[in-house]
Design a protein around this ligand. Structure first.
Ligand code: ADP
Length: 392
């Protein structure tokens, strides 16, 4: 068994992991997650073929992140014998204005990342938990932080600014952008697929439970739809996307909602779920005849088309459009609904290719704008960063 890079992605109640074999192609050895860490916690691991190779349910006290991390390391030792974890890469949502690239973790960095918690209170504290635990328990093990915001630091100042008073901007209230590891993976994949677009102007649509779009110029981010937080931009599974800030004032003044109640509306009760009243799961909505479900799907696509228009303007043209993440990779009807109103831009979808699977071009030969489906792989992007930064 080769040496490995372990990639960790810690959420509020889950810990996802993938171990990649150190080598040129970083092939995955085992991946999985521990979830509902504060409740009826369970663990599941799969091998590279997708077969379940480990399952566990905690019957007594919930393990929390601490217990889940200890369980994971013990499980790896027992079930993947001979594999040495040489380094750990973490997905960290916020790198602030400072971190434009992955960084090796030390005590100073942990303090700096803790100072960014107010910028991402729903995610950053959870991302930092396993980092702190490992720094304490395994100080010998090199750790690397990879940020969702870092890839967007190449965007021009104009694209990162809000038209707010300077003293508020100076507090760090600006557009950071997110999903950067996904966009970076696509940007690194594109040159092999479509050299013209890779050198030119591409819009990537990352459509998962969280959804955003990014404008790439020569492989670098120049604009994206998410802003100060991951609630901006496109409509999402349960998040509003861009909203007139006057609505927030109305919720406060007229409905008497406080910050937490508004947060609940913006992040957890809106988007596909709130509009449909049915589900945040695109599969459920696409299978439904309910008019509210249909309207939610139409609004989701309309908002994408509107934001594509804005990003095309920022790019001053378009060579390629890339669909990725759960909905982008799997939902042919959504891709069709997004591409149809973009015909004026030179987008012509090949319907048969759109119905296919996996990495492929889904536009016709004649389409002026190439349209691609490219499965994203944020974990592999993190593993690459760890290998490069630590010269493993
Ligand atoms: P996350 O942001 O949590 O990583 P994913 O990228 O896994 O999310 O995307 C989840 C979304 O992808 C869900 O809305 C799910 O319904 C949707 N999805 C997954 N497979 C399909 C499919 N075959 N058809 C339509 N939507 C799909």
């Amino acid at each position: 068994m080769p040496d490995a890079i372990l990639v960790l992605n810690a959420g509020s109640s889950s810990l996802k992991f993938t171990a990649f074999a150190l080598g040129e192609d970083l092939s995955p050895i085992v991946s999985g997650l521990a979830e509902e860490l504060s409740g009826t916690a369970r663990f599941r691991a799969k091998n590279a073929a997708g077969e379940v190779v480990g399952e566990h349910a905690w019957s007594d006290d919930p393990p929390g992140h601490d217990g889940a991390l200890a369980f994971l390391f013990a499980w790896l030792r027992e079930h993947v014998p001979g594999m040495t974890v040489r380094a750990v890469g973490h997905r960290v949502v916020h790198g602030g204005a400072t971190y434009a690239a992955p960084v090796r973790i030390d005590a100073d960095l942990i303090a700096a990342l803790e100072a960014l918690v107010p910028l991402a209170p729903l995610h950053q504290p959870h991302n930092l938990l396993p980092i702190r635990l490992l720094a304490e328990k395994r100080p010998d093990l090199p750790q690397v932080a990879c940020f969702d915001t870092a890839f967007h630091r190449t965007a021009p100042d104009l694209a990162q600014a809000f038209a707010l008073p300077a003293e508020i901007t100076a507090r760090g209230v600006r557009r950071y952008g997110f999903h950067g590891l996904s966009y970076e993976y696509i940007a690194r994949t594109l040159p092999q697929l479509d050299p013209r677009a890779a050198a030119g102007r591409t819009i990537v649509l990352h459509l998962g439970n969280g959804a955003s779009a990014c404008a790439l110029l020569g492989g670098r981010s120049i604009a994206s739809t998410m802003g100060f937080t991951a609630v901006d931009g496109l409509m999402m599974g349960t998040r509003t996307g861009a909203l007139d800030p006057g609505v927030v004032l109305y919720l406060m003044d007229e409905l008497g909602m406080d910050a937490r109640a508004i947060e609940d509306v913006l992040y957890r009760r809106s988007g596909l779920l709130g509009v449909s009243g049915l589900s945040s799961d695109m599969r459920v909505l696409l299978a439904s005849e309910d008019p509210a479900a249909r309207f939610a799907v139409e609004l989701f696509c309309y908002r994408i088309v509107r934001e594509v228009g804005s990003l095309v303007a920022a790019l001053e043209g378009l060579d390629a459009l890339v669909f990725t993440a759960g909905i982008g990779e799997n939902a042919a009807p959504i891709r069709a609904k997004v591409c149809a109103p973009l015909a004026w831009l030179g987008v012509a979808l090949d319907e048969a290719a759109n119905e296919g699977r996996g990495l492929r071009r889904i536009s016709t030969e004649a389409s002026r704008v190439a349209v691609w489906v490219v499965p994203t792989d944020e974990e592999r992007m993190i593993a690459r960063h760890v290998r490069e930064l630590l010269s493993l």
